[in-house]
Design a protein around this ligand. Structure first.
Ligand code: NAD
Length: 340
C-alpha cells in the first residue's frame, strides 16, 4: 500500500483512522480529501499534520475532476466521507442522497478508471434496520427506516455494484455506534457529557429503551485496517462492539461518571423515527482476526475526560444551541406542513 486516499479524514472516525494508518511502515503517503462540513475539522487530525506522509486536500467528493486527480497513483481508498448525523437526515434528506450515494459513485468511478488495489467503503449497522430480536449477518436483508440509513444502504449497493460489474476490489465494513474522543457534540455521548459538564439537563427520548451496540472508535479503525489489508473483494464485514445498552442504561453510566443523578434528566417525546434495536453478528470479521479489545467502561471514562479537558474543541461547535434548536424545529415544522 504505497499511497492511500482517505475521504472524510477530518471527521470523527476518519481522523482516528488517518493517525493509525500513518504509522504503518508500508504506507508512503496518506491523502485526506475532506470538504470540512460542519462535521469535519482540521483540528481532529492534530499531530497527524506533523507527519511528512500526510497531504490534506480541502475538497468535495462530488468534484469528479479533483477526485480523479487524487485517485490516480493511489493503491487504496478508504471512504468515510458522508453525511452521517441521523437527526439531520430527517429534514435534509437530499444532502444525504447527494453526498452518500452520488459521492460514493464518484469515488468508485475513479477507482475503476485507475485500477486501485483495494476500496473500503465504510458503512453502518443501521442499513439492516431495527431488529427486535436476533442479529443481522452480512446476508441479512437491508431494511433501513431513516433517510440516513437508506442513503448508506444505497451507497453500499452502488459500491458493491462496481465490484460485480467492473471488478473494482470493493469491501464494505458495517460498524455499530462508535464512541471516543472528538466526536461531534451533536451525538449522544458527547451531547450528554458536555451538557452535564455545563450543568445542563439531559433530554432522554421516549421510553429510553432503544438498544444500541457500542464500539470504541479505535476498535472500528483496527477492523477497517484489517479489511483494507485482508478483506476479500466483493465481501461485506460487520464490525460489532461488545456492549449493548439501552439509552437509559447509557444515561445511567454517564450520570455516574459525572457525579450527577436522575434529577438532571427530562423525558421528552421520542424523535421522529427511532429504531428499537440494532444488532449484528460479527463472525465473518472474526475470521479475519477482528476482536474489539477496548473495555467499554474504560473507553467511556476516557472519552468523558477528553470532553472535560478540551472545551475549546467542542464548545465553539455549540456556540448558540438555542438558535440551532430553533432552526431545527422550524425546519421540521415546515417539513411537516409540506407533508400535511
Ligand atoms: P463525521 O460526520 O464525523 O465525518 C464525516 C466527514 O466527511 C467530515 O469530515 C465531513 O467534512 C466529510 N464530508 C462530508 N461530506 C463531504 C463531501 N461531500 N466531500 C468530502 N468530505 C465530506 O462521520 P463519522 O462519524 O466519522 O463517520 C464516518 C463514516 O462512518 C460515515 O460514512 C458513517 O456513515 C460511517 N459510520 C459512522 C458510525 C458512527 O457511529 N459515527 C457508525 C457506523 C458507520
Amino acid at each position: 500500500m504505497e499511497r492511500v486516499l482517505v475521504t472524510g479524514g477530518a471527521g470523527f472516525i476518519g481522523s482516528h483512522f488517518v493517525k493509525r494508518i500513518l504509522s504503518a511502515d508500508d504506507v508512503a503517503e496518506v491523502i485526506v480529501l475532506d470538504a470540512l462540513t460542519y462535521a469535519g475539522h482540521r483540528e481532529n487530525l492534530g499531530e497527524a499534520f506533523l507527519s511528512p506522509k500526510l497531504t490534506f486536500v480541502h475538497g468535495n467528493i462530488l468534484d469528479a475532476g479533483l477526485v480523479d486527480t487524487l485517485v490516480k497513483g493511489c493503491s487504496a481508498i478508504v471512504h468515510f466521507a458522508a453525511e452521517s448525523h441521523v437527526d439531520r437526515s430527517f429534514f435534509a434528506a437530499g444532502a444525504f442522497v447527494t453526498t452518500n450515494v452520488h459521492g460514493t459513485q464518484t469515488i468508485a468511478d475513479a477507482a475503476m478508471r485507475h485500477g486501485v488495489k483495494k476500496f473500503v467503503h465504510v458503512s453502518t449497522d443501521e442499513v439492516y434496520g431495527p431488529l427486535p430480536h436476533g442479529s443481522a449477518s452480512e446476508t441479512a436483508p437491508l431494511r433501513p427506516t431513516v433517510p440516513y440509513a437508506a442513503s448508506k444502504a444505497a451507497s453500499d449497493l452502488i459500491a458493491l455494484s462496481y465490484f460485480h460489474t467492473y471488478g473494482v476490489p470493493v469491501c464494505v465494513t458495517r460498524s455499530s455506534n462508535n464512541f471516543g474522543p472528538h466526536q461531534h457534540p451533536e451525538k449522544i455521548i458527547p451531547l450528554f457529557s458536555t451538557r452535564l459538564l455545563r450543568g445542563q439537563q439531559l433530554t432522554l427520548h421516549g421510553d429510553g429503551l432503544h438498544v444500541r451496540n457500542w464500539l470504541h472508535v479505535e476498535d472500528n479503525c483496527a477492523g477497517i485496517e484489517l479489511v483494507l489489508r485482508d478483506g476479500v473483494p466483493g465481501e461485506i464485514y460487520n464490525l460489532a462492539g461488545g456492549t449493548d445498552l439501552t439509552s437509559k442504561e447509557l444515561t445511567a453510566r454517564l450520570l455516574k461518571l459525572m457525579g450527577a443523578d436522575w434529577d438532571s434528566v427530562v423525558h421528552v417525546p421520542d424523535r421522529r423515527s427511532n429504531d428499537i434495536r440494532y444488532s449484528m453478528c460479527g463472525q465473518k470479521a472474526a475470521g479475519l482476526g477482528y476482536r474489539p479489545v477496548r473495555d467499554f467502561e474504560e473507553g467511556l471514562e476516557q472519552t468523558v475526560d477528553w470532553y472535560r479537558r478540551n472545551p475549546d474543541r467542542w464548545a465553539p461547535l455549540m456556540r448558540n444551541p438555542q438558535a440551532a434548536a430553533v432552526t431545527l424545529s422550524a425546519a421540521m415544522r415546515s417539513e411537516e406542513e409540506a407533508h400535511a
